[in-house]
Design a protein around this ligand. Structure first.
Ligand code: PDD
Length: 283
C-alpha cells in the first residue's frame, strides 16, 4: 500500500480515505487540530502538542474520540506504516457527523483523522540559509485564536496575499498597529541583543516551538522580552524570525519593503536554530 492515513479507528489507503459530507468540520470548521514534526523517526515536542490538543478540545467542548494514551500508539503506527524518518503528522478532531444544525447535536461521536507525510530536512536547511520574506496584512481573525481550531479562512487569505506578493509568510497586524503572529507561525524580532515576541494572550496561538525555543534560550541566557511590537520596531530590527512545528526556527530577511539586517540571515539565526535543535534532540 502507498500512503496510509488513520480515519476513525481504521488505517486506510490515503487516496481512498473519506469522511461524511455532514461532518461538522466540513460544514462549520467545528473542530481542532495539531501538527507534529517527526525528525529521525522521533515526534518533536509530543507532550506539548498533545497537551495543547486537549486544551483546544476542552475549550470548544469536544470530548476526545480516543484515550489520551492511544494517540502516541496511533501516531507511531502511522510513522511506521508510511516509512517516515523526517515528516509531519496532521491530526484533526471534529465534533462529528450530524444533520446540519448550529447547536451541538446530542449523542454525537467526534471524528478523528490523522495523516502523515514525508518532509525534507535538507530543504529546510536550504530555506533557512536563504531566509524568507514576509508581507504585512490585517489580522481579521476571531478573538480566540489561542485555540487551535479549524477556523482558518483569515490565515489562508493572509498566506495567499503574501504568496501573491512574492513572500513566504504573512505577519498579521491588529487594529492598534501591533503584529500578532504569522498566518501559521509565531513572529519574532531581534533588536540589538534582545529577542522580542508577542505575549501569549488570546490574540496569538501559543506555539509549542515558541515555548521550546524560549526554554532553550533561557538556558543560554539570551535576553528575551515578551512584548508587542509594531512596524516602527521592525524598522529597528537587526534580525527577525518565525517559528512553527513545520518551519522550526526560520530567519526572515525582508518584511514588506524593509530589509532586515543587510537582507541576509544574521548571526543569531544560527544561535537560535542550534539552541532549538539541541533542545528537541534532548527530549
Ligand atoms: N501552525 N501561530 C499560528 C497561527 C499557527 O498556525 C502556528 C502553527 C503557530 C506555531 O505553533 P507551533 O509552534 O505549535 O507549530 C503559531 C501549524 C504548523 C499549521 O497550521 O500548519
Amino acid at each position: 500500500m502507498g500512503r496510509v492515513s488513520y480515519v476513525n479507528g481504521s488505517y486506510c489507503d490515503h487516496e481512498k480515505s473519506k469522511v461524511h459530507i455532514e461532518d461538522r468540520g466540513y460544514q462549520f470548521a467545528d473542530g481542532v487540530y495539531e501538527v507534529f514534526a517527526v525528525l529521525g523517526k522521533r515526534i518533536v515536542d509530543y507532550d506539548g502538542h498533545l497537551k495543547r490538543l486537549f486544551r483546544s478540545l476542552d475549550e470548544i467542548k469536544i470530548s476526545s474520540p480516543i484515550a489520551k494514551e492511544s494517540y502516541l500508539y496511533v501516531i507511531r503506527n502511522l510513522i511506521r506504516k508510511n516509512n517516515i524518518v523526517d515528516g509531519l503528522i496532521y491530526l484533526q478532531v471534529t465534533r462529528g457527523v450530524a444533520e446540519r444544525d448550529f447547536k451541538f447535536p446530542k449523542k454525537i461521536k467526534p471524528s478523528l483523522v490523522i495523516t502523515a507525510k514525508k518532509f525534507s530536512i535538507n530543504e529546510y536547511y536550504c530555506k533557512f540559509n536563504k531566509g524568507i520574506k514576509v508581507k504585512i496584512t490585517r489580522d481579521l481573525r476571531w478573538k480566540r485564536v489561542d485555540i487551535k481550531t479549524l477556523n482558518l479562512l483569515p490565515p489562508v487569505l493572509a498566506k495567499q496575499f503574501a504568496v501573491e506578493n512574492g513572500c513566504d509568510e504573512a505577519w498579521m497586524m491588529d487594529d492598534n498597529g501591533y503584529i500578532t503572529e504569522g498566518s501559521s507561525s509565531n513572529a519574532w524580532i531581534l533588536i540589538k541583543d534582545t529577542l522580542i515576541t508577542t505575549p501569549a494572550t488570546n490574540s496569538i496561538l501559543k506555539g509549542i516551538t515558541r515555548t521550546s525555543l524560549i526554554q532553550a534560550l533561557k538556558k543560554k541566557k539570551i535576553k528575551l522580552s515578551e512584548e508587542r511590537f509594531s512596524l516602527e520596531d521592525i524598522k529597528k530590527a537587526d534580525e527577525a524570525f518565525i517559528t512553527s512545528a513545520t518551519q522550526f526556527v526560520m530567519p526572515v530577511i525582508k518584511i514588506d519593503n524593509i530589509k532586515i539586517g543587510k537582507g541576509k540571515i544574521g548571526r543569531y539565526a544560527h544561535i537560535f536554530k542550534d539552541a532549538y535543535m539541541e533542545a528537541i534532540q534532548l527530549r
